[in-house]
Design a protein. Structure first.
Length: 254
């Protein structure tokens, strides 16, 4: 039992150091984006992670906004100001970044890990090395940057759809003008709340992309490692997102 626990702790520590090293490499080598093929890789990643997830994010955001609004109305009754406050704090700060990150993990995190693991099995990464091309620059950096940008953009889109949908429903139930609700919301949301939401979503995006790339690029060379890489990427990215969420919640209390 102690030996098993020790192996797990050592494996977790090595993975953590790998995540940090890969993230530092990706952020410190952003200048390779000046190379056109690498820059196109960022565009492709943004298209897959961001553009193709818009309909899912929009639908879930609308549903969540309606749910939060109706549940708050059922508790608070005719207090329209409370609905606006709940929408501001729950959607903008907490749920928006978290839901966008979870969707990105499910779609892009697993896909990146599988793609990189297959490229390693099929020898594509070795071919890049033989041609003198850095696999980290060509494959990892554009994915880290692209996913981080996508999470920030999808979080903003999710927040807008959820807030507008929730306030529209609350204005119907509470018999108040929709624009009055919007005016209250804008007056309540201060710039620091928006900046905090952006920073949180950026941290989520960097964590997700780094973990997915690490487990893809460090996979073995047999076919059985592909599902293992995807599972590890999804589970550990999810864990990292929740730990970061707790960290940001603690920072708010300081």
């Amino acid at each position: 039992m102690l030996r098993f626990t020790g192996r797990k702790l050592l494996s977790g520590f090595l993975a953590l150091t790998g995540y940090v090293s890969l993230l530092i490499y990706g952020l410190s080598n952003w200048h390779v984006l000046r190379i056109e093929p690498i820059r196109k890789g960022v565009y492709r990643q943004i298209f897959f992670s961001g553009n193709e997830a818009l309909h899912i994010i929009g639908f879930i955001g609308l549903l969540l906004g309606v749910i939060v609004s109706t549940q708050t109305f059922s508790i608070a009754g005719g207090d329209s100001s409370l609905v606006v406050k709940v929408m501001a704090w729950v959607i903008v700060w907490e749920v928006g970044p978290l839901f966008a990150a979870i969707i990105i993990i499910a779609r892009s995190g697993s896909a990146i890990a599988v793609e990189l693991a297959l490229m390693k099995i099929e020898g594509e990464i070795s071919s890049l090395e033989r041609m003198g091309v850095s696999p980290l620059d060509f494959l990892v950096v554009p994915r880290i940057i692209g996913v981080a940008i996508s999470v920030v953009a999808l979080t903003a889109y999710f927040q807008i759809v959820a807030v507008v949908g929730g306030l529209a429903v609350s204005s119907v139930f509470q018999n108040v003008f929709f624009w009055d609700q919007i005016h209250r919301f804008v007056g309540l949301v201060n710039p620091w709340l928006l900046i905090g939401g952006i920073l949180k979503s950026l941290a989520f995006g960097l964590a997700i992309s780094t973990i997915a790339c690490f487990h893809g690029i460090s996979a073995g060379t047999t076919a059985s490692v592909v599902p293992q890489a995807a599972i590890k990427a999804v589970i550990r990215a999810m864990l990292a997102v929740f730990l970061l969420d707790i960290l940001f919640a603690g920072l708010r209390l300081i």
